[in-house]
Design a protein around this ligand. Structure first.
Ligand SMILES: C[S@@+](CC[C@H](N)C(=O)[O-])C[C@H]1O[C@@H](n2cnc3c(N)ncnc32)[C@H](O)[C@@H]1O
Length: 516
């Protein structure tokens, strides 16, 4: 973990914590191919992305740059820029990019509160996509205003912006808890991760004393979970920022209108399918309004999910239903797991969603062989009904079982092998093996979401090490008791059986890599 000693004293962070690096992570919703899908599902033209497109991608508040690096690595023609004001983050991101030899990514140290007015901001090229994940509701007004000015200046007309934030009213029960944690933590002093632990101790004590406003809701429970797992760096970035302020969707839409952005839908694709989100009674109220902002307020009043992941377009071009279906039909999907691991049912707020076997069975079987265009899937001879492209894309990608890709997977080239090796060397930590990461892939233009443990295994396999789950478990679990090492060994064996075929099929490992 990177620590910046003494940074807090200087307080250049304007209330945002700067003495502890944020964790690396990959969030599939930031990928331009995914954001394009969200636009098409919302009947809005996306940005045309083909294998030869020279796309500009800008990430604001990029942390250690893992996502930006992965997208650049998988798409040599894209021009990727990551911005963050923490020099420790920028130094780490640049070091990985240099070791990986990825030259189409740049990391710029700048404060978003003022970047639009500086030379660095003026020199930034316009981008087709701007991604802002985990920033908006954790910073103060000056930074949010600066982001809007940057979007106005740097997002191309027709370009897509992705913005995530802690949503109200889901977070309303945590307002008192966050404030208590922040104030108690600050009084305890020391580095932010120690502060958050100290603050949490007071929250727990008062919750046990039945404080009326620290009820045992999902947020307090998730905090307990994270603190038990020792994720204090994550917790510090979540709770110890002075500007922390969950937001209503309507207020975010109003703020981004300042950059002429139109709200299109959710990057969590299933959220765009109201029958999966709201029961009949809720839908009756929802259906009384045409206004999408009022509809989202009603939706947010029912959903317990805490993070909104919104997609905006700078000048939306509305598509007629036939145009939308034709565009969705051209999307190529890749199955992210083996057919045997496909989940035919999954939980949604209204209960369980089911992939009808008659309709989706042939589609999943075809995808298990190779990526396919949606219109080719819908033309499969054995489908019992016509189906529509929005349903296929929404269900498969929305349940995180398929990825949009640009082309057929290829054998991993030198660039991808070097990328996967560099990220494994820089980021793998034995105490965070289930962190959400991604593997570089050749041919598809799409990083393959995975865990940190996958990164470790792929790196070892591509180095030509003999596959030895026992040795890897002993190495990763060196500080753990024997029973924990045994558990890890079993888990690695299962990963090798279930995941290695996918790594090979989707261009992260050579098809000829040694078998587990
Ligand atoms: C919670 S992290 C999210 C990082 C990354 N987007 C992710 O999701 O993994 C928020 C990031 O925003 C950066 N940040 C906060 N305030 C900023 C500002 N005023 N200007 C630039 N970056 C800022 C922090 O340094 C941190 O890396």
């Amino acid at each position: 973990m990177i620590v910046t000693p003494g940074a807090r004293g200087a307080d250049w962070g304007a209330g945002y914590i700067t003495d502890l690096a944020y964790l690396p992570g990959y969030y599939r919703h930031q990928s331009p191919l995914h954001l394009n899908l969200a636009c098409l599902l919302g009947s809005v033209a996306g940005v045309g992305i083909g294998p030869a497109t020279r796309l500009g991608y800008l990430e604001l508040g990029c942390g250690q740059g893992f996502g930006a690096l992965m997208l650049a690595g998988c798409n040599p023609l894209w021009d990727v820029v990551g911005v963050d004001f923490n020099p420790a983050h920028i130094a780490a991101a640049r070091a990985v990019a240099a070791d990986a030899g990825i030259e189409n990514v740049r990391f710029i140290e700048a404060d978003l509160a003022e970047m639009a007015e500086t030379a660095a901001g003026r020199e930034l090229p316009e981008a087709e996509i701007v991604a802002i994940h985990g920033l908006w509701s954790w910073v103060g007004d000056a930074v949010r205003d600066g982001i809007v000015r940057l979007l106005a200046a740097k997002l191309r007309p027709g370009g897509i912006a992705y913005l995530s934030y802690n949503a109200l009213p889901a977070w309303q029960g945590a307002l008192g808890m966050q404030r208590l944690l922040l104030e108690a933590g600050r009084r305890a002093g020391g580095r932010s991760d120690r502060q958050v632990v100290a603050g949490w101790e007071l929250v727990r004590e008062l919750a046990e004393a039945d404080a009326a406003h620290l009820y045992d809701g999902p947020l307090v429970r998730s905090l307990t979970e994270y603190s038990r797992e020792g994720q204090s760096a994550y917790l510090a970035h979540e709770y110890m920022n002075a500007g922390w302020r969950p937001c209503f969707h309507a207020d975010v839409v109003r703020a981004l209108a300042g950059a002429k952005l139109d709200w299109v839908g959710s990057a969590q694709l299933l959220e765009n399918f109201t029958p999966l989100m709201l029961d009949e009674k809720a839908r009756a109220a929802y259906g009384r309004y045409d206004d999408p902002v009022m509809r989202e307020l009603i939706k947010d009043t029912f959903l317990t999910r805490c993070l909104r992941q919104d997609v905006f377009v700078r000048g939306a071009r509305r598509l007629a239903p036939a145009e939308r279906d034709a565009a969705l039909g051209e999307v190529t999907l890749a199955l992210q797991q083996e057919e045997a691991q496909f989940a035919w049912e999954f939980d949604v707020p209204t209960g369980q969603a089911t992939f009808g076997r008659e309709f989706f069975g042939p589609i999943v079987a075809a995808l298990a062989e190779a990526p396919r265009r949606v219109r080719d899937l819908l033309a499969l001879p054995d489908l019992p009904r016509r189906g529509n492209p929005g349903e296929v894309v929404g269900m498969l990608v929305g349940s995180n079982q398929a990825l949009p890709v640009l082309g057929p997977p290829a054998e991993p080239d030198v660039r991808i092998r070097r990328l996967n090796r560099a990220v494994a060397e820089h980021f793998v930590r034995p105490d965070m093996l289930d962190l959400a990461m991604a593997l570089g892939t050749s041919g598809t233009g799409s990083p393959l979401p995975c865990t940190m443990l996958d990164l470790f295994i792929v790196d070892r396999v591509q180095r030509g090490e003999s596959v030895d789950a026992g040795a890897w478990a002993s190495e990763l679990g060196a500080d753990q008791p024997e029973s924990e090492q045994q558990r890890l060994r079993d888990f690695i064996e299962r990963m090798l059986a279930e995941r290695a075929p996918v790594w090979r099929r989707l261009g992260a490992l050579p098809r000829s890599a040694p078998s587990p």
